[in-house]
Write a protein of this length. Structure first.
Length: 292
């Protein structure tokens, strides 16, 4: 079994002030963010124009209420990354009470804090347009929480984690495969529910029980590598999971797989041909890793 390879990167983006202490940050009383992240679907760092949602819930003595869709100290405040720091759309000031902070990327407009619906983009090979995210990146839901912070902390440290799962399909030319891989390869992921029910209090989600199954067009990362962000769920082997189309011929793969939140699963597909056969022989192998 071949070990899958992935990139794990933590990028620290210090926001609001370049200082060795909190004195300058504290001087104006506004909220600043320090953001670290796992490897995103498309990159290892945030990009100019990326937006996130920020919430804050106040403590009452030693207790704190759960996050609500509205009625919190801060409600879905939008921060935008300018390449160096995260900027809020309006000045945001610390409460005189300690707060728990919640952040969501990409920027959302949740209707519920505990049972919100999030939709995976079926065409994840679509390119970004008009300032929007690509279908692949828009499907990658990240969540962070920072607890019991007050004005004297100076900044809000947010370490994001993946709530979704990711699957990677690697195409390998076997010893009997003739020639190079064609340029017209398209890879689809079948029979996955593309709607998740999200609990932003806990930072967790699950497959929406009455969500429809859809076909996902996987993002082409390289000529031999394709990936998709997937709602965590189990797929039985009796149903087709992967379709590889090349040179006008489609190859269906039945494969049992459990997609776990925060994990990346790699399917290695070895292609072989022989001179007297038109059929491509396919063998598959799988590996699971943390999607860090």
């Amino acid at each position: 079994m071949k070990k899958s390879i992935y990139f794990a990167a933590l990028t620290l983006l210090c926001v609001g002030c370049a200082t060795d202490n909190n004195s300058d940050i504290l001087s104006d009383g506004t909220i600043h963010l320090e953001v670290s992240m796992p490897t995103r679907a498309t990159a290892t760092e945030f990009e100019v124009g990326d937006r996130l949602s920020l919430y804050a819930v106040e403590y009452d003595n030693q207790s704190v209420a759960p996050l609500q869709a509205s009625g919190n100290f801060l409600n879905n405040e939008q921060f935008t990354f300018d390449g160096t720091q995260w900027n809020s759309t309006r000045p945001l000031y610390w409460s005189d009470k300690a707060c728990d902070f919640y952040a969501i990327y990409p920027y959302q407009q949740p209707k519920s804090a505990t049972a919100d619906l999030f939709y995976i983009t079926p065409d994840q090979n679509s390119a970004p347009a008009d300032g929007s995210l690509s279908g692949y990146e828009a499907s990658d839901l990240l969540w962070a929480k920072a607890e019991n912070l007050s004005y004297t902390n100076g900044i809000v440290p947010l370490h994001f984690k993946h709530l979704m799962s990711r699957v990677v399909v690697k195409l390998v030319r076997g010893p009997k495969y003739e020639g190079e891989l064609p340029d017209d390869i398209v890879v689809h992921l079948y029979n996955t529910v593309t709607t998740a029910q999200v609990d932003y209090n806990r930072g967790s989600l699950q497959r929406y029980s009455i969500g429809e199954k859809n076909t996902i067009t996987m993002k082409q990362l390289a000529k031999d590598t394709y990936a998709a962000v997937v709602v965590p769920q189990h797929i039985e082997r009796k149903t087709p999971l992967v379709e590889i189309t090349m040179e006008g011929i489609a190859y269906l793969l039945n494969y049992s797989m459990t997609f776990l939140p925060g994990y990346e699963q790699t399917i290695t597909v070895t292609l072989n041909t022989s001179p007297d056969q038109e059929k491509i022989e396919i063998s598959i192998d799988g590996e699971v890793d943390n999607w860090d």
